[in-house]
Ligand binder design. Sequence first.
Ligand code: SIN
Ligand code: FE2
Length: 211
Amino acid sequence: MRDQTGFVLLPGRLSPDEQADLLACVLAGARDAPFHVQTTPGGKPMSVETTGLGPLSWVSDRLGYRYEALHPLTGRPWPPMPPLLETLWAQLVDPAVPADAGLVNLYRPGARMGLHRDEDEADFTFPVLSVSLGDTALFRLGGLTRKAPTRSLRLASGDVCLLAGESRLAYHGVDRVIPGSSRLVPGGGRINITLRRAAPLPPLAMPVLSR
Ligand code: SIN
Ligand code: FE2
């Protein structure tokens, strides 16, 4: 389903087996690149725990918001992007230009995410692709300004959505996660993975004209 703003919701896009495989990849990655609590530039701890997958991931601390190639605590590269996510991006976004950033947020009971825009990427023509695992989230989707009307959607385990077109820069957040609505995530809670194209595209190679 694509709405007038370009937002796409694909309920149950991942089968239960795919959800279990992806969760196993994420948890294997998190053994090397642990989930940790990031702080806002103002110094407030976020309520989600975060890690990354792929060449880059989104980092927030007193220096601001940015993409980094290394985990801020271990100093090591992020684990590789799981093939299932590479395929999903190729099918839904672009088979020629891969996502270069995977942000993984873990919502334990009580965690939420305030209304914000994803605007730290170099090129907003690429959508943000979001995959939900585990407990159902009450996701809030607004418009291009903070004051624009918002609506509430449920994102359940296996649901995939795309902030595409005009909705690419829409305000969005997670009001709350419904505890016990899934048994997928050990210890309970929800994992959301967002795939992004964060770095600028390399300049197009100029054809060499033969004389
Ligand atoms: C985010 O906006 O980065 C997270 C969205 C979600 O958890 O569904
Ligand atoms: Fe976001």
